[in-house]
Design a protein around this ligand. Structure first.
Ligand SMILES: [Cu+2]
Length: 129
């Protein structure tokens, strides 16, 4: 396609501006998803607590794996084994504030539900194979 000199000059000005706006909008999106400024996703043996939920809500690991839960927001959470109506007593973390961590090593195969005692509906599951 043939473009006049005038047209391509305008394009040369607009195109970098468009790219700059695109970069700014992408970086501000990331900020919204991580309210405490902690970027990234949980590692293979990690579970994040953010937006009043466990992420990922379900993890499948092999026996002997240590799972690390990390609170990624300014809201107190805990990690308690079992279900809200029937805690199993296998593990129970203290209250975790922002960046607080709790680890537990799963030695037996099985399905292990857990929950946060502060938030109804904040539940997760570790499946050990
Ligand atoms: Cu919670």
């Amino acid at each position: 396609m043939y473009t006049t000199g005038k047209k391509s000059k305008i394009l040369n000005l607009i195109f970098p501006l468009f790219i700059l706006l695109l970069i700014i909008s992408i970086s501000s999106c990331n900020k919204d998803e991580t309210p405490t400024g902690n970027n990234g996703n949980p590692g293979p043996n990690e579970v994040f607590m953010r937006n009043d939920s466990f992420s990922p809500a379900s993890r499948t690991v092999s026996a002997g794996t240590t799972i690390k839960w990390i609170n990624k927001e300014n809201d107190t959470h805990d990690v308690t084994s079992g279900t809200p109506s029937s805690p199993s007593g296998l593990f129970s973390s203290p209250d975790l504030n922002v960046n607080g961590e709790f680890t537990f090593t799963f030695t037996q195969a099985g399905t292990f539900p857990y929950f946060c005692s502060h938030h109804i509906g904040m539940t997760g599951t570790i499946i050990v194979q």
